[in-house]
Design a protein around this ligand. Structure first.
Ligand SMILES: [Zn+2]
Length: 237
């Protein structure tokens, strides 16, 4: 088939643009999955789970602390009452009984206060953990939203680049005669439609032509189409 050499060059450019479009579309599809953000999402989820656990632990400790404070208050009331009773009794037997009760109340109070101190320390420790985890969570959350915004930007840029390349491709393809365009499309449905002859190698299948095939290609007039005997790509030389 006769095709002006300049049009053969255009066919080669269109084939190159098609390869570029294919790579760009693959890259776009990959970006759209957002898979590279999965690690960040997993870390954020883990930090949120840990924070929730620690918050629950903190609430339980605080409840325990309130209960102890109530218990201590009750013991204090009982001590005050016993002290009043002690000061108003005239019976040595009653006084002995009240004193004994006061001693055990004091021991109970001391025990409750020890527990209170222990829990207050735990509250402090767990509060610090919650604060640290909350900080980690905020940082990760910010990183994720930044990454999502960057991803949206990258997708927009890539989509716009695809549109520019596709427009360029369409403009170049429109220059071809109907016959050349049909041949191009038919060959493109089977593989790379047009390739450069690089030395003795076809740039589509990367296979070197035999001497006689090479001689044939070289002998073909410039405005006629030569084809790679291996992959059937149009060879532009
Ligand atoms: Zn080939």
């Amino acid at each position: 088939m006769k095709v002006p050499h300049a049009h053969q060059e255009i066919m080669l450019q269109v084939a190159g643009l098609d390869l570029e479009l294919e790579a760009l579309a693959a890259r776009l599809a990959e970006l759209q999955t957002g898979a590279h953000l999965d690690a960040l999402r997993t870390s954020l989820f883990a930090a949120s789970s840990r924070m929730l656990e620690q918050q629950t632990q903190l609430e339980n400790l605080q409840q325990e602390l309130h209960k102890l404070e109530d218990d201590i208050e009750l013991v204090d009331k009982r001590i005050d009452l016993d002290k009043q009773r002690l000061s108003s009794t005239s019976s040595p037997k009653d006084a002995e009984g009240i004193s004994s009760e006061l001693r055990s109340l004091a021991a109970r109070k001391s025990n409750l206060e020890d527990q209170e101190l222990e829990i207050m320390e735990s509250v402090e420790t767990v509060s610090a953990l919650v604060d640290a985890e909350s900080g980690t969570r905020s940082t990760l959350s910010q990183e994720l939203s930044d990454a999502e915004a960057a991803l949206a930007g990258d997708i927009t840029k890539l989509a716009s680049k695809i549109s520019i390349v596709a427009t360029d491709r369409a403009a170049k393809f429109a220059i071809l005669t109907e016959e050349a365009a049909t041949l191009f499309t038919k060959k493109a449905s089977r593989g790379i439609p047009v390739a450069a002859l690089k030395g003795r190698d076809c740039d589509a299948c990367r296979i070197g032509l035999t001497s006689s095939a090479y001689e044939d290609v070289i002998a073909t007039p410039a405005d006629e189409i030569a084809t790679c005997p291996n992959c059937q790509a149009i060879l532009v030389r």
